[in-house]
Design a protein around this ligand. Sequence first.
Ligand SMILES: [Mg+2]
Length: 297
Amino acid sequence: MTSLVTSANVESRASAAFLGFAIGDAFGATVEFMTEREIAAQYGVHWNIVGGGWLRLKAGDITDDTQMSLVLARSLVKRNGFDAQDVAEGFADWLKSGPLDVGNTCRRGIRRFMTHGTVEGPYSEGDGGNGAVMRVLPVALATLKRPELGQAWAVQQGHITHNQDKSDAACVWFMRLIQQALLTPDKTVLRALADRWIEEHPYFRYTAYTGPSSAYVVDTVRTVLCGFFETNTFEDCLIRVVNRGGDADTTGAMVGALAGALYGLDAIPKRWLKALQKEAREEIAALTPQLLRLSVA
Ligand SMILES: [Mg+2]
């Protein structure tokens, strides 16, 4: 009986993680590329999903962060596990569909696949953007009970577009943190895991971080971890991180996943759940249990 209760609880928090991710994307996109000061001048505190921003979104629209994560999630379910070729084909179809926004490194990697058919580019110090780590959540769900496999898949999915050591480290450790939050929703445990992460990779140090919240993977991770550990509710966490501006859709999405995993569905403000684009909300609800099922295969 206990295990049934636990697994229902894990499934519910996994849904909260994926919904939290999409909500963070839709919420943050409004203020992407703005500075903290510009946001404060325009919104006071940005606290509702209202669309707009440089992409002129409708309220609740998701961007590339969620779209690429959904491509990966669909492929994992369809192929019954990670298949780099199938994921890359999914990215290529997505790129050809003319998305509103695509990161430069993502675009280059997908074009390389379309031209040469390779699912991994050569190592490049310049591939230090957050485009690989931003879409690692589906792997975290699909390998929840198989963490070793998850590490390999996290890096391989990243290498389709980003082949760089800090990006790899972020993919692996961020995935671990999400998995830990789902299995042990206890901030002390998560803090200990984050401490191990920082011990191995000190450049991700995040305590009292006030530096840039840019798309550079190190800045992104530091912004996300700082916002996550220095707040105590889903709502405060997302508001804090997104109001820092910069790459706010991606930092919002990543911290939304982490906060969703820890705080659970009931902690997500109803106004945000309601505002999220219906198709995305429904697809996430359908895919999440299917991803979790893979993790016990
Ligand atoms: Mg985006």
